[in-house]
Design a protein around this ligand. Structure first.
Ligand SMILES: Cc1cc2nc3c(=O)[nH]c(=O)nc-3n(C[C@H](O)[C@H](O)[C@H](O)COP(=O)(O)O)c2cc1C
Length: 222
């Protein structure tokens, strides 16, 4: 490996094996408490928590460190309303015409339909964009690599950070979502990836009774 402008690795945590086991168990149990919710309280959330979680998401690994993501944090009611209107238009088209029966069948346990009140009720929406390229100082296009993988990892870290901070989320993907570029004034090199709805759960909220797969099913050790 050629060392180019390298610096010593700093602050890497050092735990003994018992501690590692304890920490991994705690974290697994903590993450088991995360659920997507579809009814949010309108209670405001501290914006500094969101900022910290975005910075945490921004530490994600990415192809050639291009960090091909952009997050738009929406708290403005008028903008949320515009997003709801456009998203519901697409969702109506999806549920009534575009969705194949197989897909509708897969969605039955979640009881979802084209109505998306959470886009207005939740205190924060985070629209996540994937950036296909950026411009260097001379205005030349610099290509990004493994964009979807990188943005997906970053969003995973964002959801985890929000959950760790005590906030609930819903990953929402109206399709297509190009209307977000218009409403949010994002440039052509950015493509909507998903909308993360963020807030506290509404009182007595219920979630679908679903199970996560067992270790033997999701993994193989060789
Ligand atoms: C990429 C992705 C897209 C999703 N899109 C939607 C969506 O548009 N609407 C919705 O209600 N839930 C959506 N979900 C949430 C899933 O239905 C949910 O994560 C899944 O049922 C598992 O439930 P859990 O998150 O509570 O573990 C999406 C999740 C992912 C990862």
């Amino acid at each position: 490996m050629k060392e180019k402008n390298f610096i010593p690795l700093k602050d890497f945590p050092n735990f003994d094996e018992d501690e590692m086991l304890e920490r991994s168990k705690f974290f697994k149990e903590y993450l088991r408490k995360r659920r997507s919710i579809r009814e949010f309280s309108s209670k405001k959330i501290p914006i500094d928590v969101i900022k910290n979680c975005l910075l945490a998401a921004g530490t994600a690994p990415s192809g050639a460190n291009m960090q091909p993501w952009h997050f738009v944090v929406i708290t403005n009611s008028l903008i949320k309303r515009k997003i709801r209107i456009e998203a519901e238009k697409e969702e109506r088209e999806f549920y009534e015409n575009r969705a194949p029966d197989e897909w509708l069948e897969a969605l039955t346990p979640f009881g979802t339909d084209s109505s998306k009140p959470f886009l207005e009720n939740a205190p924060v929406l985070i629209a996540v964009f994937e950036k296909k390229y950026h411009l260097d100082l001379k205005g030349n296009k610099v290509k990004h690599y493994y964009i979807k993988e990188s943005v997906g990892i970053s969003v995973g870290m964002l959801i985890t950070s929000l959950h760790y901070s005590g906030l609930a989320t819903l990953t929402h993907t109206p399709s297509p979502m190009n209307f977000l570029n218009g409403i949010l004034g994002r440039p052509r090199n950015e493509k909507p990836f998903l909308i993360l709805v963020v807030g506290y759960p509404a009182e007595n909220v219920k979630v679908p009774d679903i199970k996560k797969k067992e270790l033997e099913v999701i993994s193989t050790f060789v």
